[in-house]
Design a protein around this ligand. Structure first.
Ligand SMILES: [Zn+2]
Length: 206
């Protein structure tokens, strides 16, 4: 049971797990993807609350060990003050959890996907300067292309970008043979592997 405080200020205990194993509970995969994982209804006002409470999400058969930490802890993660247990990667906030689990579900390499996001974000900044592109991996489409959502280009619009599998494979090969080169060398900060570790400087001045 975990303690939750609703926006209506009601405090209650919710039956939410603090660790899950996707081999033992494969139904949770779908819940993570559709946004219903870690959500509960407030018994007082009935609101549905979507939480990002600290939770261990393991998928042993895919060698995935993730520690979800709340969005509120982002600064602590970026400054290196918050890490996960040995062998765990940290994901910050629900969207990053859903993104990373989708990467493992599609049997893709997380570092290669974050590297691809870096290139897509650079491209987005070229076409929409002063934007703050935020990319999430969604899934593979029927032809094996990687589908990304790009938030933050224009108000409340979500752009969809489709990346051919062979482009992903060439990035994965480049990352694998040159791990010390940029941008891939910049994408991991301790237990936190994310394009968020790189500050984009484009678009601020002409
Ligand atoms: Zn409430």
């Amino acid at each position: 049971m975990r303690k939750i405080t609703c926006n209506c200020e009601h405090e209650f205990s919710a039956d939410l797990p603090d660790e899950v194993n996707l081999d033992r509970s494969p139904d949770i995969l779908e819940k993570i993807a559709d946004g219903s994982f870690l959500s509960c209804a407030c018994p007082s006002c009935g609101a549905i609350l979507h939480t990002d409470l600290e939770t261990r999400v393991e998928w042993p058969s895919r060698e995935m060990r993730l520690l979800l930490v709340p969005e509120l802890a982002r600064l602590s993660v970026l400054s290196g003050h918050l890490s996960g247990p040995e062998g765990f990667d940290v994901v910050v906030g629900y969207a990053e959890l859903a993104d990373r689990v989708a990467v493992y579900a599609a049997r893709l390499d997380a570092l290669a996907v974050e590297t691809l996001k870096f290139h897509l974000a650079e491209k987005a900044l070229d076409s929409v300067p002063d934007s703050k592109p935020l990319l999430t991996f969604e899934s593979l489409d029927g032809e094996g292309n990687l589908l990304f959502h790009i938030h933050g280009l224009r108000d409340s619009e979500v752009a969809v970008s489709s990346v051919p599998l062979r482009l992903y494979e060439s990035v994965r090969n480049a990352v694998g043979s040159n791990p010390g080169e940029e941008p891939q060398s910049l994408l991991r900060n301790g237990a936190y592997l994310s394009v968020q570790n790189v500050l984009f400087e484009g678009g601020q001045d002409d």
